[in-house]
Design a protein around this ligand. Structure first.
Ligand code: ADP
Ligand code: MG
Length: 259
């Protein structure tokens, strides 16, 4: 397996709270790596470091084997790391059409000149949507973005993200607002990305999802990587490492008390 992104010895503290300690992680090309951990384990902090939200960490990030400086969302994107955060409503821009939302980066950067007709924008958006197998009609592309359902808004954000051809796509609990059918649709979409060689880092608590899409499982607890497995996974081991011995012990006592 060829690695897309390597995280080496990353540590970070918020004040006296050491949130990540010596995290090493290799994310391979063309497959999904799952990140599992209880609340507070440090998953979001690690993701935010990779997406350039935090810059006060120590350690190294390598992309295609070369050390890169990631100290802002812009440098993360330039390095090829795209992140879809959990709250998708933060990613769509209200008051704009679906097409304008799809092309938002190009409109902001001036690559698509200001004052260009909606027809031209819809034409461009149609190409991006089509390339990703989103068969959205022209009238749909002309609609206000809020006329899309949650799953479609998420697909829009994914499409916009992917139009920048990332090396690594990070998805933080992407199915939390999706139905089962919509989730399956997303998984097909992810398979498609894998075939194009894109690496995916997928955070979720839903073990059945991870079982379905991930080839590699990484378990965090208290800011450290505790367990790494290749599929097929031992969920017993993963959960034991996720919760730690102490809590598992407390749980079994609890069971006994419950009788
Ligand atoms: P997870 O995503 O696995 O639930 P987080 O990375 O969000 O974990 O949090 C890890 C630890 O860092 C927790 O103890 C949390 O309270 C703390 N933490 C997260 N963000 C901040 C912040 N902005 N300021 C201070 N502490 C934080
Ligand atoms: Mg989190």
């Amino acid at each position: 397996m060829v690695s897309a992104v390597e995280v080496r010895n990353i540590s970070m503290a918020f004040g006296t709270n050491q949130v990540l300690s010596g995290v090493d992680l290799t994310i391979d090309k063309g497959q999904t790596t799952a990140l599992l951990g209880a609340n507070g384990a440090g998953k979001s902090t690690l993701i935010k470091i990779l997406s350039g939200v935090y810059s006060s960490f120590t350690g190294e990030i390598l992309i295609d084997g070369k050390a890169v400086t990631i100290d802002s969302p812009t440098t993360a994107k330039l390095a090829g790391i795209e992140t879809v955060h959990q709250r998708i409503d933060e990613g769509v821009i209200p008051g704009l059409t679906v097409a304008e939302n799809l092309l938002f980066d190009k409109i902001v950067s001036g690559e698509i000149p200001r004052g260009v007709s909606l027809k031209t924008i819809v034409n461009e958006a149609e190409k991006i949507a089509g390339a990703l197998d989103l068969n959205w009609s022209r009238s749909k592309l002309r609609n206000d973005v809020y006329e899309l359902g949650i799953a479609e808004q998420q697909m829009l954000i994914l499409a916009r993200t992917l139009s920048r051809s990332p090396k690594l796509l990070i998805l933080d609990e992407p199915t939390s607002a999706l139905s089962i059918a919509e989730s399956q649709n997303l998984f097909r979409f992810i398979k498609n990305l894998e075939e194009q060689g894109i690496a995916v880092l997928y955070v979720s608590h839903k073990l059945s999802e991870l079982e379905q899409i991930a080839k590699k499982l990484v378990v965090m607890r208290d800011g450290k990587i505790r367990n790494e497995q290749s599929a097929p996974f031992s969920w017993d081991l993963a959960l034991k490492e996720m919760l730690g011995q102490k809590e598992l012990g407390e749980r079994s006592n609890f069971k006994q008390v419950q009788g």
